[in-house]
Every structure is written in C-alpha cells, then in structure tokens.
Write a protein that binds this ligand. Structure first.
Ligand code: COA
Length: 316
C-alpha cells in the first residue's frame, strides 16, 4: 500500500477561555488540584455565538491554505468526532458543502473518541489508495463542553473544545503510516450515551480505570510503531500523545527517555479535546515552523471504546 504524508495543518479553537478558578465557582475544586493531577490550566469552550461547524470550517480552510491544495483536488473527507452539531447530515458532509469539495468523493464522520484522528488517518490512507485524487482532508473536531456533566468534578475539569486537521497526500513508493489500531469493547469505564438513552448526552468516566488502561496502551503503541517502521526513539523528531493528562504523557516520556523538546504538550492550555487533541498539537508545531520536510512524528491516541492507536506520520 502507498503511504500518506502530511502536506499542511490547520486549527481553530473557540475564543472563550475557562480557567480552573472559573470551574471552582461551579464545582468543589481548585486550581492546585487540577494542575497537579492533570496539568490543565485552561480550556477553550464554544460559546453561544459559535458552533462546532464554524470552527471545523476554519480549521479545514486553514489546512487547505497552508498545504496549497485546492478543494477540487480532495479525494475524501473524514471528520473524527463524537460531538457533531447534527448526527445527520454528518459534519463531513456539511464541510463538503461549505468548502465546495467534489461531489464524487466519500465524506463521513468517524467515531472512535480520543483515538478518532488515528483511525481517520489510517482510513484515509486506505481510501486514497483507491482514489484517482491524491489528497485527503482529515479533521478532528469536538464540542465536549456540550456533553460535559457539570455536576461531576472529576470529569468537568478535563474537557475542552477545538478543531484541527491535516491535508494529506498519497504517493506511490511512500511508506505507509504503519498504523497500529485496536479496540477493547467496554461499556462501563468511559461512555457518552446517545439520544433516548439513560443519561443521554453526558460523558461519564472511571478515571482510575482509564488511567491504568492509558499507561499500558501508550507503551504498547510506541513499541508497535517503532517495530513496524524500524526507527529508534532517537530517529523520531516529535512524539505526539493524546492530551488526556500530563502525568500520562510524562510517564511515557520518562520510560522512553524522550527529551522534553520532542515530547509535545498543549494540555495546559486546551485540556482534553478528544479527537481534536493530536491534530491540535501537530497544528501548533506546524504554525511554529517546526514540522520541516521529511520530519517524523510518532502519534499515540487512546480513549473511549476502549480504543487505541499509534502511527508514524512524515511531512511532505
Ligand atoms: N477537585 C478536587 N478533588 C477532586 C476532583 C476535583 N476536580 N476530582 C476528584 N477529586 C477527588 C475525588 O473525589 C477523590 O477524593 P476522595 O479521596 O476523598 O474520595 C480524590 O480527588 C482522588 O480522586 P481520583 O479519581 O482517585 O483522582 P485521580 O488522581 O485518579 O485523578 C483523573 C482523576 C480523572 C484526573 C485521572 O484519573 C485521569 O486523568 N484519568 C485518565 C483520564 C483519561 O486518560 N481520559 C482519556 C480518555 S478521554
């Protein structure tokens, strides 16, 4: 299979910033607890004057502009999200209309919680191998403040909203992203019940169980991706892990001796934005001019499902 590489990134976060002190007005918590247990200082929430669609469109337009690819060159569009504005039409179909993407391409949403961007990258690689067009649009976007339980102090402090994504290119002879993806079906430890179900539209989580799952699965994904690509830790330019808890990221960095400048974190500013979390880190690195040609980033995601995924992305 021919591989994909990232040609350009884009991002958009809502302007409304919520601090730990703001949350201490709503639930029994404080800045010190949130900072030491999670590493989060602020998160951005969509306000009354914005929608997920608005920020998704901005992120996608940004990615197209930065990549120099035009809408008519796109061969597939995937939005990884569990919080679309409308379940039907999908966020991806609305993006197709807004951006004027071709009509004869697949556009759909993908639900894999915080691993969504990894599942979407792998799916896009498969789709582009079967497409006459060689570029794809992969977005991760979430409006988690809409599905937060504001009376549960152990979860409401974690989540933020945002959208970010990539224009990817597929070429003959390029190495696959070597995605390692998996699921361990579980309807208890992390869930967001759908329309008509008991506790519909509210996330609940057994934080300790998810923490244990995360610290097992992150090293598993790193090992799998290194073994499939043949690269060593030293040969990777950036490690981008799902931004769920700074302690999970720091444990992985310590285990693999990853220097701080290669282990990217923006959780302090944005919190956990689920499917948007990994592309938000990549888009920030891109904006800072750090993602040079041939640069390699090892990505690891994990979350609801339970799902996990790792991949090695290179930049055109
Ligand atoms: N402020 C103050 N105290 C809080 C609190 C808050 N926001 N949230 C929980 N607490 C309290 C608990 O009530 C508990 O008190 P008790 O000992 O009197 O019962 C104590 O802090 C410890 O709770 P615990 O749940 O053990 O905390 P923790 O250290 O596990 O941290 C998480 C909680 C959610 C931050 C942590 O479990 C976590 O990050 N889990 C993984 C989340 C994740 O990876 N999600 C990814 C998928 S989206």
């Amino acid at each position: 299979m021919n591989g994909i590489r990232i040609k350009g990134m884009g991002m958009c976060v809502p302007s409304h910033i919520v601090t730990n002190d703001d949350l201490a007005q709503i639930v029994d918590t404080n800045d010190e607890w949130i900072t030491t247990r999670t590493g989060i200082k602020t998160r951005h929430h969509i306000g009354a004057d914005e929608t997920l669609h608005d920020i998704t469109v901005k992120a996608a337009k940004d990615a197209l502009k930065n990549s120099g690819v035009t809408a008519d060159q796109i061969g597939a569009c995937i939005v990884a999200t569990m919080t679309p504005d409308t379940i039907m039409p999908s966020a991806a179909c609305r993006l197709q209309e807004e951006l004027g993407l071709p009509n004869d391409i697949p556009c759909f949403d993908l639900s894999a919680a915080c691993t969504g961007f990894l599942f979407a990258l792998h799916t896009m690689e498969c789709l582009l191998n079967a497409s006459p067009r060689k570029y794809g649009l992969v977005i991760g976007a979430e409006h988690l403040s809409r599905v937060t339980n504001w009376s549960d102090r152990s979860t409401c402090i974690l989540f933020g909203d945002g959208a970010a994504g990539a224009v990817v290119e597929c070429r003959e002879g390029w190495r696959s992203i070597c995605a390692d993806l998996g699921c361990y079906g579980d309807n208890q430890v992390l869930k967001l019940p759908g329309i008509g179900m008991k506790e519909a539209g509210q996330i609940s989580m057994d934080g300790q169980q998810v923490f244990k799952f995360a610290v097992q699965v992150v090293p598993h994904c790193i090992d799998q991706v290194l073994s499939r690509t043949g690269y060593t830790v030293d040969e990777i330019d950036f490690f981008v892990f799902h931004q769920a808890n700074a302690r999970i990221i720091d444990l992985a960095a310590k285990k693999y001796n990853i220097p701080p400048e290669k282990c990217c974190k923006n959780i302090a500013e944005y919190g956990n934005t689920s499917a948007a979390s990994i592309p938000l880190v990549l888009a920030q690195l891109y904006e800072e001019g750090k993602l040079k040609s041939k640069c390699r980033a090892l990505l690891v995601g994990f979350g609801g499902g339970l799902t996990w995924g790792g991949a090695l992305v290179e930049f055109v």
